[in-house]
Design a protein around this ligand. Structure first.
Ligand code: ADP
Ligand code: MG
Length: 506
């Protein structure tokens, strides 16, 4: 990148912008950087045959991102994988935190109940797979830039498929389009690192598939993607499927709501999970790995049978990605306990190596419990209810998927609606305020230009043995950059607030 020219360059609003947008629209559809259209765009029931796809929202340019922060986040991912693998194995630790939030959180309570029931039957699978994503924003402290963790995802970590395509899109534009702008960016001047997220996440699934081994019942084995009905972010998932199918692994997609209909448990001591092809039920595959892209929130469990479906996965011999314990390890409460004093000692319990644990510790920002008894909890109650202090915080329940948090002035209002004894089911987190950069977002054919905020996610894959603690596979697995307008509080792409992006390292 030339040192003095502003980046991204200011665009001429006419033909130049039009040309760049058109190239992005075509490249995106040609390469699967796409989503199914929201009903609001095409009209309710206007696509009954499911044939329409539109561009995923994306930035016209890769956003500038500090190289040192990017490298730090990538370098510590395997430590994070190890940390969350260890936390998943500590049932006593998780059980204690579940008790703290369960009073005000039926969903977490129910997950724990299913875990206890399966424990009583006896777990038959010791291997556990995590496809994780650790999310960060850059925090600016004077001249010093430092990544701070927003959250750690342990279930249905999405966008690995689209993210790799976004990196390829921006690389393509840097060769073909940016050099032609009226303020040209010459080829090879942007530092655009490769992004292997789709293949690396698939490699994690493949490692678990191989570790499962051949079926002793002589069935062919497969990987089963458990998905939501009407999933609009389907192409993101498809990229992982296609990568697995390239190595000749059978992969099937099954909506969570149909799991009980199309699977059975083999009546043998190992309780293998068997998938019956819906169009040909006599053809049976044994499910080596069950990859959950559903089941992370209460909306996925509308009836008691949804919980039976989750229990069927958990009680079987399939390798779940994730187990209930690993899903619970992703509670915001866990992140808070690691980050609140005596956090370093909690962290050291899981990661005794001092260098590794202090590298993780540096990525934490202040997070408080909201209980009435601990000093940190009492301080947090004061901050959360003070009309001035609360403006520096976000309050989060134990939920995933976007749209659940309360920001700034909404915090005291929300607390008024919740009985005080349930406040502890939330955590209070200091807002990270990254330096705003300029970019233009192309969303549903329209351009949004202005200040944007970037959130970096680093993927990790980890396969471990729950009984022995042995880690069998532990890799950093590429990255995601999500960008949102600097006036927006939430940043989820699927939730409609953010967009896909990639990094131009500076
Ligand atoms: P979810 O599990 O719903 O994705 P997150 O913790 O990731 O919950 O929060 C959703 C979004 O809210 C993030 O993507 C980010 O844009 C914003 N956010 C969350 N925590 C913070 C924070 N501490 N500082 C600034 N923004 C935050
Ligand atoms: Mg998030």
């Amino acid at each position: 990148m030339t040192s003095n020219a502003p980046y991204p360059p200011a665009l001429d609003a006419g033909l130049e912008t039009e040309r760049l947008s058109q190239t992005i629209k075509d490249w995106s559809i040609a390469n699967g950087l796409a989503v199914r259209p929201p009903p609001a765009l095409v009209g309710q029931n206007q696509d009954p045959k499911g044939i329409l796809a539109i561009n995923a929202p994306v930035t016209l340019f890769p956003s500038p991102f500090p190289k040192s922060c990017f490298e730090e986040a990538k370098a510590i991912q395997t430590n994070y994988n190890e940390l969350y693998a260890r936390i998943s194995q500590d049932e006593e630790f998780l059980g204690r935190l579940v008790q703290e939030v369960a009073g005000g959180d039926d969903f977490i309570a129910k997950l724990w109940e299913i875990h206890l029931k399966v424990k009583e039957e006896g777990y038959v699978q010791n291997l556990s797979l995590g496809l994780f994503r650790s999310d960060y924003m850059v925090h600016q402290d004077g001249d010093h830039l430092q990544i701070k963790q927003v959250e750690f995802n342990t279930i249905a970590s999405s966008f690995g498929g689209l993210s790799a395509q976004t990196s390829l899109l921006h690389q393509h534009l840097s060769k073909t389009e940016y050099p032609l702008l009226t303020t040209p960016i010459p080829p090879n001047t942007l530092n655009l690192p490769p992004n292997t997220s789709a293949h690396s996440l698939a490699a994690g699934l493949r490692a678990a598939y191989e570790a499962y081994g051949p079926s002793i019942l002589n069935h062919p084995t497969c990987i089963l993607f458990i998905v939501q009905d009407g999933e609009r972010n389907i192409f993101d998932q498809r990229h992982l499927e296609y990568s697995l199918q390239q190595s000749s692994i059978p992969v099937f997609r099954l909506p969570f709501s149909q799991l009980l209909t199309h699977t059975t448990l083999s009546p043998t001591p190992l309780r293998q999970l068997l998938y019956h092809l819906p169009h040909n039920p006599s053809q049976i595959f044994e499910v080596a790995v069950t990859y959950l892209r559903a089941g992370y929130g209460p909306n996925d469990y509308p009836t008691p049978s949804s919980w039976l479906a989750r229990r069927r996965i958990e009680t079987s011999n399939t390798i779940p990605c994730p187990t209930i314990l690993t899903q619970l390890a992703g509670m915001k409460k866990v992140q808070q306990v690691l980050a609140t004093p005596p956090g370093p000692s909690t962290l050291a319990k899981f990661i005794p190596d001092e260098e590794k644990s202090s590298a993780l510790w540096r990525t934490f920002t202040n997070i408080y419990p909201l209980d009435s008894s601990s000093p940190a909890g009492r301080e947090a109650r004061r901050l959360a209810t003070d009309p001035k202090e609360c403006l520096k915080y976000v309050m989060k329940p134990q939920r995933e998927g976007g749209g659940n948090n309360f920001y700034k002035g909404a915090i005291p209002e929300q607390l008024k609606k919740v009985p005080e004894e349930h406040w502890n089911s939330f955590i209070l987190m200091e807002l990270i305020t990254p330096p705003a950069v300029q970019n233009t977002i192309l969303r549903q054919g329209k351009l949004e230009q202005g200040g944007v905020i970037c959130e970096l996610g680093v993927y990790g894959t980890c396969l471990w043995d729950h009984k022995t603690g042995q880690v069998k596979h532990n890799e950093e697995a590429g990255y995601l950059l999500r960008t949102k307008g600097d006036q927006s509080e939430e940043g989820g792409v699927a939730a409609g607030f953010g967009c896909m992006d990639s990094v131009a390292l500076v």
